[in-house]
Design a protein around this ligand. Structure first.
Ligand SMILES: Nc1ncnc2c1ncn2[C@@H]1O[C@H](COP(=O)(O)OP(=O)(O)OP(=O)(O)O)[C@@H](O)[C@H]1O
Ligand SMILES: [Mg+2]
Length: 1024
């Protein structure tokens, strides 16, 4: 009976699995000798499966098998196990024999968990109107087995037998539906990386004693580099005061008094170690630890440490595909703060490298470029309300510009949250002051007494200790890494000498010279390695601090087994260590200290280095084919340092695009420059000219955004030149449009219009409607600002017509907004509001939150000018709501000021004071001087109304000082006017005249006409 069932299942199932698998099952694997070996056996049973399949019509049965059984086979295959038998409703599979891997129990465990998940997802079967849920029971056991071919000559079968197998089957029988039971040995082998229940004693048939079993639950989260290193360390010496300071900061941050601490010091002085010691504090258990490292090759990668942190928050693994990543991001944001969901695409761009084209980015409003960092901030703050955060960023001497800017801003706002931010900084490589307001801990040398203790504990043999301690202590000069290296050197010496001189230490060490820098002692140790090992170490150093074995294997062309043996050897010498909890099954090692990596790398000949970088790049391209986008920066780095110029340009350019898509403009500029430098050294054929023109255009865009306008102008001219050489019309119009935008930004309206028109001409020729619409919108706005309002209006109308035709809603919304500005300028507030509101409804349709908030502001101002205070306040408050939602405290501050102004008009002074107070706090925190000037001006106006002339005067002066320093003419002129008006009220004729004249001069000079009439009137009054 059983036999028949088994064949049924197999028959049913045959068409859906690879031939190779079924044949393995039926025939075993050719002639393999019997052997005793360790294996992990997994039994899976899906109760009722066959019966159910039998009941269903063939089509349904097929579906069932496809959904339930094929994935199981796929999963087992994926982890390189083999299915051995089908049994009733289930199967038995083997990991570890005949082909073994170093981590077979882990593979089996992972397969078990995935299989369970797959059945849970697909196991709901509808029969009639009942839903039946299939559930699996799984048993896993590891141990010695006898394996080989068993049976007669005609029908041989590969199998494993023995107690281990029997117990695995029993475990399965004892598992509750939906659960995985594992035995003791499996538990021991996987416990570091998996979560299990506490042990349970079970009576198993055929066994006298009770056996311990565990329910396997899930994989542990990836353990950070920091945590894995815990047990392999020297005993910790000294640093009481520093550690206490850190603990103090931890306590304070736990009480929502956010703290920032910098730990600086020389190479190997113990920065990382100090942080590690802090993480052993019991209070840390109440924190979420988010740690990230900066590394030299990631210096230009935008948001490098931050993406590491977000990968942890979102639980993203390397094997996740884009869809999976997006899903995880969305789910987590929903859990943390669902009002930020709108920004999930920014995170997708950050973590999965989707990029936007230059044209797409150009159409985004400038403010949007700050959105990413605002949202990231808000998310981190909200996340800290779930559990306090300990954020650790190591080696910020290598931090990229975007992250640096982000952290500097972030640290200003973190004071009210339960967050402790610690960063470490290697002093000799420090380029600039990082976060100025942080508490600084500077690590100095260990005291002699502490060094001595450390040496004593590290050197096991008393005789050597006595002999060497003075020399070690004086040479190492209190640097613990140096001490460790010297002692390792001594150990090498002892080992290599032991055989003949057996224990005669004075003789062995008599002429042992300790090199006087930690670099040279480490180099000496490396030099002692046999040639083959040294070469591996060198090759690995080109990969960086982390060593992915598969990659290393590819560039070295070694067999895995041999390579692993060599790695073990290097591990013994403590040059590298294994990183156990890598997220994939791939093996990872890392250099025990960056020192070793740096020395090995620096020992390579330039030629060798270049060729290795090239090889690594090529190997990565091959290995990460489908994931290449996530490795762009790394590839750019390797090819840049290799000698394949073409690839270097390609990846550097792509890395630039990615940075630009993330609005990390400084990083983008670096990448673009790098690729231009390489390109310009090659022969310039048509293709290179096209590339150059495109890259110069992108470079200029990034530069213009960060305010390097002169440079942008020069580079756009170059882009244009190259582009004209090859007669690329499309790009020519794009570049001309960029120039129009640039001159517009600089307030050179005539020039802007000229370039826009040039761009339009070509764009019309090549019939690019969307671009036409964008350009027309640009010309329109330029005309408005120039004062040519009616021409501006007609351009804007033209743009709108095209937008309607091609349904370009984003451009449409902005053009309409500009029409609103047009009416605003004419003082036709009602019409302005009408246009703004129409624009608002489109912006809402396309869910562009930045545009929405902008327009709300505009509507608020228009109502204010109209004297409809209630409406004005309503819209300003709505805009505050949005600002709160996206963590945009800057706009919140601006809105607060406008609200204050509105309430001032109504003489509601308590409200005014409230908004002043809160806005001031915000701009103080942001250290935004212009924002503060706006507040001083508002304060001055408040005091003016309250007739507190002295105070008013003080704040007018303060505001003007800032405006004039920053060249903000409009505000400077207007403030002079308000100040003059105050003098006018006080009937101080001379001062009034002086200030009003000054105001008139400034405003006239920039063509701002708004107040000129009134000023004139007042001045005339004064004459009388
Ligand atoms: N106070 C200490 N007592 C004992 N050992 C220490 C102490 N401080 C550091 N060490 C050991 O010295 C070595 C170097 O320390 P660590 O890696 O923390 O240096 P670092 O300052 O972070 O260096 P880098 O600038 O390269 O990052 C480590 O192996 C560490 O365990
Ligand atoms: Mg360190």
């Amino acid at each position: 009976m059983k036999e028949k069932k088994q064949n049924n299942l197999l028959e049913l199932f045959k068409p859906y699995v690879p031939e190779a698998v079924t044949s393995r099952i039926l025939e075993g694997k050719g002639s393999l000798p019997s052997e005793r070996s360790e294996a992990t056996i997994i039994f899976i049973d899906i109760r009722g499966f066959t019966k159910l399949a039998d009941q269903l019509d063939p089509e349904k049965a097929t579906e069932l098998i496809n959904n339930i059984f094929s994935p199981i086979v796929g999963i087992i295959d994926k982890y390189d196990g083999s299915i051995n038998k089908f049994l009733g409703d289930g199967l038995m599979a083997i990991f570890g024999t005949p082909f073994s891997h170093e981590d077979d129990p882990e593979r089996a465990a992972r397969a078990g968990i995935e299989i369970m998940k797959s059945i849970e997802e697909n196991g709901k079967i509808k029969i009639g109107n009942k839903v039946k849920s299939l559930k699996a029971r799984i048993g896993i056991n590891t141990g010695l087995c006898i394996s080989g071919e068993i049976g007669s000559a005609s029908r041989k079968e590969f199998t494993v037998i023995g107690d281990t197998v029997n117990l695995a089957s029993r475990l399965q029988a004892n598992a509750a539906p939906g659960k995985i039971l594992i035995g003791e040995k499996t538990f021991q082998r996987i416990k570091d990386n998996y979560i299990t229940s506490p042990p349970r004693k079970l009576k198993i048939k055929g066994k006298k004693d009770l056996v311990s079993v565990y329910t396997l639950k899930s994989e542990k989260k990836r353990i950070s580099f920091l945590e894995q290193k815990k047990d392999s360390h020297s005993p910790f010496m000294g640093r009481e005061k520093e550690l206490n300071n850190l603990k103090e900061a931890l306590k304070k941050s736990y009480q929502s008094k956010g703290q920032i601490t910098e730990i600086s010091g020389e190479l190997g002085i113990g920065k990382s170690r100090l942080i590690l010691e802090l993480t052993k504090d019991s209070l840390v258990k109440k924190f979420n630890i988010l740690s990230a490292n900066c590394s030299s090759w990631e210096e230009s990668k935008p948001y490098a440490p931050l993406s590491e942190i977000f990968i942890k928050i979102f639980g993203i693994k390397f094997e996740d595909d884009f869809k999976e990543i997006d899903k995880k991001i969305e789910n987590k944001i929903k859990e943390i703060d669902s009002s930020l969901l709108f920004a999930s695409s920014y995170f997708s761009r950050l973590l999965s490298s989707k990029t936007k084209s230059l044209e797409e980015i150009m159409e985004q409003s400038k403010e949007e470029s700050n959105l990413l960092s605002r949202v990231v901030k808000k998310l981190l703050f909200s996340f800290s309300s779930q559990k306090p955060l300990l954020i650790i960023i190591e080696d910020v001497q290598w931090i990229d510009d975007a992250s640096a800017e982000f952290l500097i801003q972030y640290s200003k706002e973190l004071k009210e949250y339960p967050i402790l931010l610690i960063y470490s900084l290697r002093e000799s490589l420090k380029k600039r002051e990082f976060i100025s307001g942080s508490k600084k801990i500077r690590l100095l040398s260990l005291k002699n007494i502490e060094s001595d203790k450390l040496v004593r504990l590290l050197i096991k043999e008393n005789e050597i200790y006595q002999l060497m301690k003075d020399r070690i202590i004086s040479t190492a000069n209190g640097n613990p890494l140096f001490i460790e290296e010297i002692i390792r050197g001594i150990e090498e010496r002892r080992l290599s000498a032991d055989k003949d001189k057996l224990g005669n230490y004075p003789e062995i060490f008599a002429n042992f010279q300790i090199p006087d820098t930690v670099q040279s002692i480490a180099r000496a140790r490396i030099d002692l390695l046999p040639v083959g090992l040294k070469e591996i170490l060198y090759q690995a150093s080109v990969l960086g601090r982390d060593i992915e074995v598969k990659l290393l294997q590819k560039i070295g062309n070694l067999e895995v087994k041999i390579l692993l043996e060599m790695m073990k050897e290097l591990q013994k010498h403590e040059f590298i260590e294994e990183v156990k909890a890598a997220p994939q099954l791939k093996r990872y090692f890392a250099f025990t200290h960056s020192l070793i990596q740096e020395i090995a790398y620096n020992s390579l000949l330039f030629k060798t280095r270049r060729s290795l970088h090239n090889k690594i790049g090529a190997a990565m391209e091959e290995m990460y084919l489908s994931k290449i986008d996530a490795k762009i920066e790394e590839l750019a780095y390797h090819f840049k340092n290799g000698d394949d110029k073409e690839k270097a340009v390609f990846y550097l350019n792509k890395a630039g695009d990615k940075a630009q898509s993330l609005y990390a403009f400084k990083n983008a500029i670096n990448y673009y420059w790098d690729s231009i430098k390489i390109l310009e050294l090659t022969e310039l054929e048509k293709e290179q000219l096209a590339q150059l023109s495109e890259i110069y255009n992108k470079l200029a865009f990034s530069q213009s955004i960060i305010g390097e306008r002169k440079e942008a102008e020069i580079n756009l001219t170059k882009a244009l030149e190259y582009c004209r050489k090859i007669r690329d019309k499309d790009n020519e119009s794009l570049i001309l449009m960029s120039m129009g935008n640039l001159y517009g930004d600089m307030g050179q309206w005539d020039k802007a219009i000229e370039y826009f028109k040039g761009s339009l001409l070509i764009s019309e020729e090549i019939n690019n409607l969307r671009r036409n619409a964008s350009i027309l919108k640009g010309i329109g706005l330029a005309c408005l600002f120039k004062g040519d309002t009616s021409t501006g209006y007609s351009y804007l109308k033209e743009s709108i017509n095209i937008c309607k035709e091609i349904k370009a809603l984003d451009v449409y919304a902005m053009a309409l907004n500009n029409i609103g500005i047009y009416y605003d300028m004419l003082g036709r507030w009602e019409k302005a509001i009408e246009a703004y509101k129409e624009s608002l409804s489109i912006a809402k349709k396309i869910k562009n939150i930045i545009v929405i908030s902008n327009i709300m502001n505009n509507i608020g101002f228009a109502y204010s000018s109209l004297g409809e205070s209630k409406q004005a306040i309503y819209y300003l408050k709505e805009s505050v709501k949005i600002a709160n939602k996206i963590g945009d405290i800057y706009n919140k501050g601006i809105n607060y000021i406008h609200l204050g102004e509105e309430y001032l008009k109504k003489d509601e002074f308590t409200e005014v004071k409230y908004y002043i107070l809160h806005a001031e706090k915000i701009f103080d925190e942001l250290d935004d001087k212009l924002g503060l000037a706006d507040i001083y001006r508002l304060k001055a106006k408040l005091f003016k109304k309250l007739k507190k002339w002295k105070d008013s005067e003080i704040f007018f002066k303060k505001a003007i000082k800032i405006y004039s320093k920053f060249g903000d003419k409009i505000n400077e002129g207007e403030t002079y006017y308000e100040w003059g008006d105050m003098s006018f009220l006080k009937k101080e004729v001379d001062s009034a005249r002086k200030r009003l004249t000054k105001s008139k001069k400034i405003l006239e000079c920039i063509g701002a006409r708004k107040h000129l009439g009134e000023i004139e009137k007042k001045l005339n009054n004064l004459k009388k």
